[in-house]
Design a protein around this ligand. Structure first.
Ligand SMILES: [Mg+2]
Length: 144
């Protein structure tokens, strides 16, 4: 069975690609224009659509549920740590990063829908990256 591939192209020839199941196959961007500012939101909605279809959002959507979803993002971060610690290979490390992004985009989409987050994640990310470039070494902290 073939999967529908979704590609979101940016003005600078970079692309975000989903395989129709919410899996991000590639993620690259730079120098995107303002016309691309909602593309993360589109990807988040695609990921969430699959998540909802698979039953991950059944029942109440409340703060306890959101907290649980955040804990699962943490668990994916730990899976990257364990993949590195146990030398499980590049594929495993990359897959766990994809899990972090998928879970993060999924929760973000729901929080936007619930009025707990603003849309335009791509634009906010780009703006934050710009701000971070102007911050001091280690953002003024001892490590990080
Ligand atoms: Mg995982």
């Amino acid at each position: 069975m073939s999967k529908e591939v979704t590609e979101i192209h940016f003005g600078d020839n970079s692309v975000i690609r989903g395989d129709g199941t919410g899996v991000i196959n590639a993620l690259a961007y730079s120098n995107a224009t303002s016309t691309t500012k909602d593309q993360f939101d589109a990807l988040a909605q695609e990921i969430n659509k699959t998540s909802v279809a698979k039953g991950f959002w059944d029942g109440e959507r409340d703060m306890d549920k959101f907290a649980g979803k955040l804990a699962l993002i943490h668990s994916e971060v730990t899976e990257v740590l364990e993949a590195l610690r146990k030398s499980q290979g590049k594929d495993k490390v990359t897959e766990e990063f994809a899990d972090i992004l998928i879970r993060s985009f999924d929760l973000y989409a729901v929080l936007v829908e619930a009025g707990e987050a603003d849309p335009h994640l791509y634009e906010v990310t780009r703006n934050k990256m710009k701000v971070n470039k102007e911050r001091p070494n280690k953002h003024g902290n001892r490590w990080g």
